[in-house]
Design a protein around this ligand. Structure first.
Ligand code: K1U
Ligand code: ZN
Length: 172
């Protein structure tokens, strides 16, 4: 099921999400809805708070080349266990802040540990767009948006644009 994506500003996007204690069928159904919602948007990632669910679940598929097979990933309770000192800048977007993009500097590579939908432990080293995406999604679980890395004036300008967009959508 495709779920509606919350648009900034929304207090639900600023909350610290709760860890998942047990990987149940409900969590697997949530992850499946999140993947469907992400591919429909379209996006390369999605975090549960973006659909109003305050749980530590993210999904991603940052395969760039359409000729390559898709790689849908579900990460439950993801944790960054190592970050590179080397930084990289990527022009980020966010499905909760449509059509707004800005350069964000983050560690170029990260190692992430998580629980799989089958309930097992997993760990992987991410580079490139995958590293940017997984950090952006984990930020969502901590109530942080990419615009929080920007200068206050730019952040304010984007927030005003989103308030206007929400007013227009409410009237339509
Ligand atoms: O979390 C989100 O809001 C999803 C976001 C993830 C992201 C994008 C760019 C850098 C870091 C994290 C998006 O997917 S925005 C849409 C997007 O990037 C995209 C859409 C279609 C094709 C390719 C990319
Ligand atoms: Zn986002």
């Amino acid at each position: 099921m495709i779920r509606p994506i919350l648009i900034h500003p929304d207090p639900r996007l600023k909350k610290l999400a709760d860890p998942v204690a047990d990987v149940t069928d409900e969590i697997r159904a949530l992850a499946s809805d999140m993947l469907e919602t992400m591919y429909d948007a379209p996006g390369i990632g999605l975090a549960a708070p973006q659909i109003g669910i305050s749980r530590r679940v993210i999904v991603m598929d940052a395969v760039k080349d359409k000729a390559d097979p898709p790689r849908p990933m579900v990460l439950i309770n993801p944790e960054i266990v190592w970050s590179s000192e080397e930084l990289s800048v990527y022009e980020e977007g966010c499905l909760s802040i449509p059509e707004q993009y800005a350069d964000v500097e983050r560690p170029a590579e990260v190692r992430v540990r998580w629980i799989t939908p089958e309930g097992g432990a997993a760990e992987e080293h991410f580079t490139g767009l995958w590293a940017t995406c997984v950090q952006h999604e984990i930020d969502h679980l901590n109530g942080k948006l990419f615009i929080d890395y920007l200068k206050p004036l730019k952040r304010q300008m984007i927030t005003r644009r989103m308030e206007k967009l929400k007013r227009e959508r409410a009237r339509a």
